[in-house]
Design a protein. Structure first.
Length: 82
């Protein structure tokens, strides 16, 4: 787990953001010894937001059940002969 103080983050902001982007990761930020926030890769953030949406999670669960039952479409079913 990568934890930076606010001072270290402030002094190394560009490098810290680059690290988060390249590693698709996150950094935790502490202030006065307490973790107060995070710098998060945008892909991870979007996933977290999507997973907090109950309807989205239900649609994923439904799709997985359909897939397990073999209820899928082929490329030809969807697009026909192009």
């Amino acid at each position: 787990m990568n934890v930076l103080t606010t001072t270290i983050l402030r002094n190394n902001l560009a490098d810290s953001i680059k690290e988060v982007q390249e590693n698709k990761d996150y950094l935790l930020v502490s202030n006065k010894g307490k973790i107060t926030s995070a710098v998060v890769n945008i892909d991870l953030f979007e996933d977290l937001v999507a997973l907090s949406n109950k309807d989205y999670v239900k649609s994923i669960q439904k799709a997985r059940k359909e897939y397990e039952k073999g209820e899928v479409f082929t490329h030809e079913d969807v697009f026909g002969e192009l």
